[in-house]
Design a protein around this ligand. Structure first.
Ligand code: FAD
Length: 449
């Protein structure tokens, strides 16, 4: 009778992890609301030719232990495969390997001094442990100071452009520093081989297994159910509005990206709501080419040529064994988009013409007859943009609205917003929720007539 009713908004990896873990606690009744037809959100899948394929490319690093533990708990760890992956660099019309220390120290686009400075940057990042210090330094200043202007223009600037489009002017050094630390965690031994992992049929395999466990623990999952509003009365979240009806809850946990949550809380304190609505995000335009043969020997090819609209060639079937995707070869060609980039409005036909034109110039042997399908995937809210020195403005798990909690990638800082960081953050949300439930005053006794 005293069960606490908890609603989780969003059935991505954060929402499903929260539901799975919280439903192991006694006295909690959990419901997930997901507006899509499937769980998974950004880590969701696309059915094709009788198999599931990741909507967006997703890799799991060998150092992603929180994800791997969840795989063990949900019994899908036998479908996790470790593979050595290779990276390439496309510069001035040529493709170069960019993996081992030897390849780095002989990387033709740079001279010997520049190569040494690039190596130094990677080493310096490993020894730096104070992210707050990095947060005060503009990324360009940090990179130019250690690597020099030449390496910045040739290597780092294209990488920043790849991730932030044009929006990297106010970005702190924390971003590249976090990325270098994370990527070095995948290197093994003196040969520095890069080991990555994939789950058969993508992240969704884990999400589905966790959701099944959660349902076994009593979680109610409502798909195709968009929350229209968090109902707030006297400063307290009392439930959700769905199809115009009130669904009452004791507690609401949002896993939505901040501007989406901002739209659902018109009755929250105005400064909190503005903070949510004003949070800027990069979007992504990410065509997936399904090919009948492999395009490159690399898992990722980084591109320095600014005329090419996509910023990497990600051939996930250099990581995933093609036998798990019916022998197809999968190539993703992403372009992250600043909020004002008009490419977000390009129709699919235009994207296809532009993308293929450039792909043919990059790979002169490439033939259109290799293409089985060209599918354009898009998402508006992908990567939060956090300007320098604003880490004190990160929203708290416990919002100013009583009973309303939140967890999303804006709050995962200085880590990058990937599955590993998201699942680790879910545990922080759970700790906060459980601590508050423990100290919550007992409900007022119902007056006896
Ligand atoms: C191109 C790309 C590549 C990536 N590569 C990697 C990678 O290699 N490795 C890695 O670990 N991570 C990667 N990521 C990041 C990873 O996908 C995200 O960090 C993770 O999926 C975020 O999960 P989430 O649950 O926080 O958010 P989301 O997945 O966004 O989940 C939020 C959910 O809320 C739902 N929702 C929205 N509005 C409502 C509403 N009103 N009512 C109900 N439900 C609603 C949405 O439908 C969605 O399912 C990549 C992402 C992209 C886009």
């Amino acid at each position: 009778m005293n069960e606490k009713q908890i609603a989780i908004i969003g059935g991505g990896i954060m929402g499903v992890t929260l539901a799975y873990k919280l439903s192991q606690q006694p006295g909690l009744s959990i419901t997930i609301y997901e507006r899509g037809a499937y769980l998974g959100g950004l880590a969701g899948y696309m059915p094709y030719d009788g198999v599931r394929m990741d909507r967006f490319y997703h890799t799991i690093l060998s150092s992603d232990m929180s994800m791997q533990n969840l795989m063990k708990e949900s019994g899908v760890d036998d479908r996790l495969h470790f593979t050595e992956t290779k990276q390439g660099f496309y510069d001035a019309g040529k493709l170069y390997p960019f993996n081992t220390p030897v390849e780095l120290l002989t990387f033709p686009p740079l001279n010997i001094i520049q190569r040494l400075r690039l190596a130094l940057q990677i080493v310096v990042a490993q020894f730096e442990s104070d992210w707050r210090k990095m947060d005060e330094v503009p990324v360009e200043d940090w990179l130019v100071r250690v690597s020099g202007r030449g390496v910045y223009e040739k290597v780092w600037k294209p990488m920043l452009r790849a991730k932030f489009d044009t929006a990297f002017t106010g970005v702190p050094a924390t971003y590249i520093w976090s990325r270098l630390k994370r990527m070095m965690g995948t290197r093994q031994g003196v040969t520095s081989k890069e080991m990555m992992c994939y789950l058969e049929n993508g992240y969704f395999t884990l999400i589905e297994a966790l959701a099944a466990k959660a349902e076994g623990q009593g979680v109610n999952i409502k798909l195709n159910t968009a929350v229209e509003k968090v109902v707030i009365e006297n400063g307290r979240a009392v439930g959700l509005s769905v199809d115009g009806e009130l669904h009452p809850y004791d507690m609401v946990i949002s896993t939505l990206q901040s501007p989406i949550l901002g739209q659902l809380v018109p009755d929250a304190p105005q400064n909190f709501r503005s903070q949510l609505l004003d949070q800027e995000y990069l979007g992504v335009l990410c065509p997936l080419l399904i090919l009948n043969r492999s395009l490159t020997p690399y898992y990722v090819v980084n591109i320095t040529d600014q005329r090419i609209p996509f910023t990497a060639v990600v051939e996930t079937t250099r990581l995933i064994d093609p036998k798990h995707v019916k022998g197809h070869h999968l190539v993703y060609l992403p372009k992250y988009l600043a909020p004002d980039n008009e490419m977000a409005r390009w129709p699919d036909d235009k994207v296809k013409t532009e993308w293929l034109g450039h792909l043919k110039r990059m790979f002169p042997d490439f033939q259109e007859s290799w293409i089985t399908e060209f599918i354009v995937q898009r998402a508006r809210y992908v990567e939060p943009i956090r300007p320098m020195g604003t880490s004190d403005q990160i929203p708290s798990i416990k919002t100013p609205v009583d009973g309303l909690y939140m967890g999303n990638t804006v709050m995962i800082y200085p880590d990058l917003g990937n599955g590993e960081a998201v699942t680790r953050y879910a545990y922080k949300v759970i700790d906060q929720v459980l601590a508050d439930l423990k100290t919550a005053p007992a409900a007022a006794p119902v007056p006896v007539a």
